[in-house]
Design a protein. Structure first.
Lengths: 647, 106, 520
């Protein structure tokens, strides 16, 4: 288990190798990245097995504070600052560690990240080619960024202290920036990358301030010590609430929660495998992971929990409505991602710890599959506007089937993965929060099934779009990886059931305070099943069979649709703020700097000196007698002065 | 014995004449001569004061004489330099009238 | 003490100075000879400074490599007292590295190159001097030696900025007057830099004389910082005295550190200066100011420091935020970096003003980190300007395709500048945040926010300049020369190394900080 550090380090090691030697290696060094993550995936299973067999007696392991789950910590000192040897608790010294925590949450995230990353990196071998089968000219950079990303992501989930988490947090942000802007020759990816980095960065201000606030109270960055301090009541309620909300700001930025969600749809300008890995399965889930990781902190403050739940719900519902009317296939998926991240946040806010993490995993597999499917479509057709597509299952049967599995799973059709996790969320919301929450959550679930049905039926079923007659299905590298993800999208949910063996089921593995088996609330499960099936039937009729004509309805609700189609004008508001407020302020400050600080404050005295000099220079006549007279008068003056003083 | 004040009056008169010469004369040569006059006025003052102190029964004080010798040395150097400048001036401008040589101003 | 330890500090000063002296005898018409010789000299200084840093015993701490060369007896009591503590060790290392890099980059100087390297090496010698002397008189002497060559270096070898007013727009509307932009001949930059810095050093000189007089009144007239420090500990300087002398040092040195509102010489000076000089200037020279505040202000006048730190930290915060916001609307590459230097020096000032051990250590590390990072940025901008003769980011675009190495190095420096973890900037800024957070919480939030603003202007710069479809004008452009590549790669490695493993630096800095913090 101690060797878990190898999982990220292998990928980190691949980065400089690919950058330096990639050009000379076969396939531009991409096998290096894939091998690194493959090894990481293998080590993950070793770690997992080690963890299952570990007990609180194992070295480095104990029962975690707050979660009450088995937690193993390993660390070495990274650097120290301040007075050497001083006590850290009086804040004269900080000590930062390279440390890792291995607990069920980490295991879950490790598994998800290594597996999806492996799939996506293999898939990219097929995707990052042009139609003639040549690799992208910058494939080495692509894989270097990928390796850097996954290494950082794995560091993020392994980190045992907030600072290391922040380090990895920023690094995944950087990789997201680099990969969104991978095709930087076009202006859209360039702008989207910048937007993604800056928006998340603003959230990160909150995260860093929150980390510092916790440090200033606890005297350590270690999560274990922080949670222990909370448990022991060292921190006041106000501090807990404020720091939780600050951390949540960071989570909102990274997980694209309202009002920081604007960057994620734009991030779809990046290569599609990137969207699948970073902007669907792993990085955007980091916000949810952070809240789950800091759950002892969040759950200690009712206010924070309510804020998390409310933001989650607003995001989930708002994004779902936008996804219903979006026309770009990847953007539908992006808004769907936002919506599902909102659901996870909502679940966490409703103390549904297990449900949130479970949904994170199930959504990760399904959404990665959907994105890869969309990528396959895009790769073959160069088209992303769903209105131009139709009946593609005739030319791309494999992609169609796999995409449909993902869509059904995410839409919540029973026994597929998404069904179980969504059900658990509904149960948690129903149990903990006011009735309005469960109603709106059910609406969100319905919408989520509806837009999945819409995407699936519009693109792959219904009338065939003739211009795609000569399109080919995905190559093997792409279809096999999608197939493996599809397996997970189908069977992963079964972990919710009570299983025999050491694993016992997800409720006994990932839990907060105490494990529990599958909780079934009959009306919730029934209603959600009913809604999902109804939604898919409606979708089939409306978009594939076209026996329901929606034009009339569209006319009636034209105003509402327009608002939703314009994404509630959030982007416009931001753009206006940036253009008119931030940039104007910047111009104004720059002008103040020049005109006031420089020209008046600094040059002013200089100008005065120069003007004085100009005036006074005329006393220098150049005639000897003027100088002699001045000297004589000065002498007489001095003599009189001396005489007066000495008297 | 001639009283000290007599020397001082002589010295002051010579100095004033020299000062007048510097301010009123146009010829650079005469200005240099006037400066010489002022320097020597100072010398008279110094030596008189020194010997006066000596005559009053105090300890022998040669400070005045020493400074006077310094002044004479410096004055000699100054005249040498000054006359050289005036010569160069005459070569260049064909005049030693200082009113016509007023280039060293703003 | 072996013979190296005994003479090493003197060597750091003498080697570049002697190099400068010897360069004068090189033939005038062979520019490369001067360059080779300067490389030789600065390589030796680099080796000495690295050796000094490595040999500094951080376990023992305190001042090491002490050596006193007597110079003037009573009543002046001026000795050339050399000693180095952990803070100075870090900065000596920085100066060694940046001086070497700046000399290498100055390969392109062909006009009167001999004179250029004479001045550059003299400047380097002055900087080493300030870091290692323990005598106020010599500190001032070396301070001036470091500052004065700047005037000639910029005035003779600099470049003027001519800005096209037609391109000045707000919301798409052309603006007829000068709005945060520039039409600055190099003489303007040189003159302003010189006058402002000299005005600052006048304040420093007054402060030094006041210290001497105060010590004389205590019966032991001295310029020695060690003896003055002892006097300070005995309470020889009254709080009233400290309260009026400390601001002299604070502002006098602060001017060189780019303290708001005396910072405007810095962007103008940077822009006008030739590449190598910009590197040294932003990389090391600005640190002299911050170092002076610590070494002279805080150590000799602790009570004055305590009284004035709230003012200083507010000014530092203004530096951070104001510098970042100003940088956002600049269009000239060098102005952006110039303002970013103002912003980043703000972190140094904040870290110092916290009077908190972690914050102070962060300030010192930030000096190192910013020195390397900004030198790298200027080196790469110099390379770009050399080839395109353009620095306007709205005109440059798509350089990545033609100048891959240059762009890569610049991007890494930019990322370090916006505080990306894994690069040195983050560790330093983080330590400053920690210190500020513990002492002035609201300002810490502003400072963290300032770091986010940095992201805006750096990414804007990267997107505009390097990314995008390459302009046909860049068709025949060459990428970085081997020299530029090696400087870039070396600096990037340093940034990475410090970011990933800052312990070798922090453990040395910590002992330096320890001895300063004992006074508070």
């Amino acid at each position: 288990m101690v060797w878990a550090w190898l999982i990220p380090v292998l990928s980190f090691a691949a980065v400089p190798l690919i950058i330096l030697f990639g050009k000379r290696l076969p396939a531009k060094g991409s096998p290096l990245a894939i091998l690194a993550i493959l090894a990481g995936f293998a080590i993950f299973w070793v770690v997992f097995a080690g963890f299952l067999s570990a007990s609180p007696d194992t070295e480095g392991c104990e029962i975690g504070v707050g979660t009450e789950a088995l937690t193993c910590n390993f660390k070495i000192t990274w650097f120290e600052a301040g007075i050497p040897g001083a006590d850290t608790s009086n804040h004269d010294r900080i000590e930062v560690a390279w440390g890792m925590t291995i607990d069920p949450l980490t295991i879950a995230m490790l598994g998800l990240a290594t597996f999806v990353a492996l799939m996506v990196q293999i898939y990219s071998l097929g995707y990052m080619r042009d139609h003639d089968g040549n690799f992208d000219p910058r494939l080495d950079w692509y894989y270097a960024f990928h390796a850097l990303f996954i290494a950082s992501m794995l560091t993020l989930v392994l980190a045992d202290n907030f600072l290391l988490l922040y380090v990895a947090w920023e690094l995944v942000g950087l990789c997201s920036y680099l990969l969104i802007g991978f095709w930087h020759e076009r202006p859209e990816p360039r702008e989207a990358a910048k937007k993604a980095f800056i928006v998340t960065r603003i959230g990160d201000v909150g995260l860093l301030v929150g980390i510092l606030l916790l440090w200033s109270q606890v005297g350590s960055f270690s999560m274990t010590e922080t949670f222990a301090a909370i448990e022991n009541g060292v921190l006041s309620d106000g501090v807990i609430t404020v720091s939780a909300l600050l951390l949540f700001l960071g989570a909102m930025g990274k997980s694209a929660q309202f009002p920081f969600h604007v960057w994620l749809p734009d991030a779809m300008e990046g290569p599609t495998p990137v969207s699948a890995l970073i902007h669907a399965a792993t990085m955007v889930a980091a916000g949810v992971y952070l809240v789950a990781r800091a759950f002892p902190l969040f759950s200690a403050s009712d206010t924070a929990m309510l804020v998390v739940a409310t933001i989650g719900l607003i995001t989930a519902l708002g994004a779902a409505t936008i996804a219903l009317v979006a026309t770009d296939l990847k953007r539908i998926l992006a808004y769907s991602t936002i919506s599902h991240l909102g659901l996870m946040m909502l679940s966490l806010g409703a103390f549904g710890y297990t449900a949130a993490v479970f949904h994170l995993l199930a959504h990760g597999f399904a959404k990665a599959l959907l994105f890869l499917g969309a990528g396959s479509v895009m790769h073959s057709t160069d088209e992303l506007d769903v209105r131009q597509m139709g009946g593609l299952r005739r030319v791309m049967p494999v992609t169609a089937i796999l995409f449909s599995i993902g869509a059904l799973s995410l839409g919540g059709i029973p026994i597929l993965a998404g069904f179980w996790s969504k059900d658990e969320i509904l149960v948690a919301v129903n149990k903990e929060l006011p009735v309005i929450f469960i109603v709106l959550t059910l609406v969100t679930a319905l919408f989520s099934a509806l837009y999945m049905a819409r995407a699936m039926f519009v693109v792959f079923y219904g009338r065939f779009a003739e211009q795609f007659e000569h399109v080919h299905d995905a190559p093997k590298t792409m279809s096999i990886t999608m197939g493996l993800l599809a397996v997970f999208a189908i069977v992963f949910g079964l972990l919710a059931l009570d299983l025999p063996g050491p694993f016992k089921g997800i409720g006994y593995f990932i839990f907060y305070h105490e494990g529990h088996g599958l909780v079934v609330v009959a009306w919730v499960m029934g209603l959600s099943t009913l809604l999902a099936i109804a939604a898919f039937i409606f979708g089939y009729l409306a978009y594939a069979r076209r026996s329901i004509n929606l034009d009339g309805t569209r006319g009636t609700f034209a105003r509402v649709l327009e608002v939703a189609e314009n994404k509630y004008y959030v982007d416009e508001i931001y753009q206006w703020t940036v253009d008119r407020v931030v940039l104007s302020l910047s111009r104004f400050i720059a002008w103040v700097d020049r005109a006031l600080v420089n020209d008046v404050g600094i040059n002013g005295p200089g100008d005065i000196t120069r003007v004085l000099g100009d005036r006074l220079k005329y006393h220098v006549t150049g005639y000897v007698y003027t100088y002699a007279l001045a000297m004589a008068l000065g002498l007489i003056g001095l003599a009189i002065f001396w005489w007066l003083v000495s008297r | 014995m001639v009283p000290l004040v007599a020397f001082q009056v002589l010295s002051a008169a010579l100095f004033a004449i020299g000062l007048y010469g510097v301010m009123a004369r146009r010829s650079a040569v005469l200005i240099v001569m006037s400066i010489e006059l002022m320097l020597n006025a100072v010398n008279i003052n110094l030596i008189a004061a020194a010997s006066h102190l000596d005559g009053m029964g105090k300890w022998a004080n040669f400070d005045g004489q020493i400074i006077a010798i310094f002044v004479i040395t410096v004055a000699a150097a100054e005249v040498g330099l000054g006359m050289a400048i005036i010569l160069r001036m005459y070569r260049n401008r064909s005049t030693v009238n200082v009113d016509e040589i007023n280039l060293m101003k703003w | 003490m072996n013979s190296f330890d005994q003479s090493a500090l003197l060597l750091t000063i003498l080697v570049p100075l002697a190099g400068a002296g010897l360069s004068m005898f090189l033939p005038r018409n062979r520019p490369n000879d001067a360059w080779y010789f300067a490389i030789f000299v600065s390589a030796i200084t680099l080796l000495i400074s690295v050796a000094l840093f490595v040999r500094y015993d951080f376990g023992a701490g305190g001042y090491q490599f002490q050596r006193i060369y007597e110079w003037l007896d009573a009543p002046l009591n001026i000795d050339l007292h050399l000693a180095m503590d952990g803070i100075a060790a870090t900065l000596v290392l920085l100066n060694g590295i940046v001086l070497f890099g700046a000399v290498l980059i100055s390969q392109t100087i062909k006009h009167r190159s001999r004179d250029f390297f004479v001045l550059l090496l003299a400047l380097g010698s002055g900087v080493f001097g300030v870091f290692v002397v323990q005598d106020l008189f010599f500190l001032f002497f070396f301070y001036e030696l470091a500052v004065l060559p700047m005037y000639l270096l910029i005035g003779v070898w600099g470049s003027s900025t001519i800005f096209d007013p037609d391109r000045q727009r707000l919301w798409g509307i052309p603006i007829p007057f000068d709005l945060g932009s520039y039409n600055r001949p190099k003489e303007y930059g040189a003159m302003k830099l010189m006058l402002v810095l000299v005005a600052g050093s006048v304040l420093i000189w007054i402060g030094i004389l006041a210290m001497y007089v105060a010590a004389a009144q205590e019966g032991s007239p001295t310029f020695s910082m060690v003896e003055l420090g002892v006097l300070a500990e005995q309470g020889a300087f009254s709080p009233a005295f400290q309260n009026w002398v400390f601001p002299l040092f604070m502002i006098g040195f602060g001017v060189l550190a780019g303290l708001w509102p005396f910072h405007t010489w810095s962007p103008d000076g940077h822009v006008a200066a030739p590449t190598g000089v910009s590197m040294l200037h932003a990389g090391v020279l600005m640190k002299l100011g911050a170092f002076g505040i610590i070494r002279v202000g805080m150590v000799l006048l602790p009570e004055g420091a305590e009284a004035w730190m709230p003012v200083l930290i507010v000014l530092g915060t203004v530096n951070v935020v104001y510098g970042a916001i100003s940088a956002m609307s600049q269009r000239d590459l060098k102005y952006i970096i110039g303002y970013s230097s103002v912003s980043h020096m703000g972190y140094v000032i904040m870290g110092i003003a916290t009077l908190h051990p972690v914050g102070l250590a962060g300030a010192v590390l930030q000096m190192f980190s910013h020195g390397i990072m900004t030198a790298l940025m200027f080196a790469m901008v110099g390379a770009i300007y050399e080839r395109t003769h353009i620095r306007d980011i709205t005109v440059l675009n798509g350089l990545m395709k033609r100048m891959g190495y240059t762009s890569f190095f610049f991007a890494i420096a930019g990322l370090a500048s916006l505080g990306l973890p894994g690069l040195s900037g983050f560790v330093a800024e983080f330590m400053v945040f920690v210190g500020v957070f513990k002492t002035y919480l609201p300002l810490a939030v502003l400072a963290v926010f300032g770091a986010a603003l940095t992201a805006i202007y750096i990414l804007r710069l990267l997107a505009r300049t390097f990314f995008g479809e390459p302009d046909p004008r860049w068709e025949g452009l060459n990428d970085a020369s081997p020299v530029e590549k090696s400087v870039g790669a070396a600096f990037v490695l340093i940034l990475l190394f410090v970011g990933v493993w800052p312990a070798p630096l922090t453990r040395v800095i910590n002992v330096g900080v320890d001895s300063v913090m004992k006074l508070f």
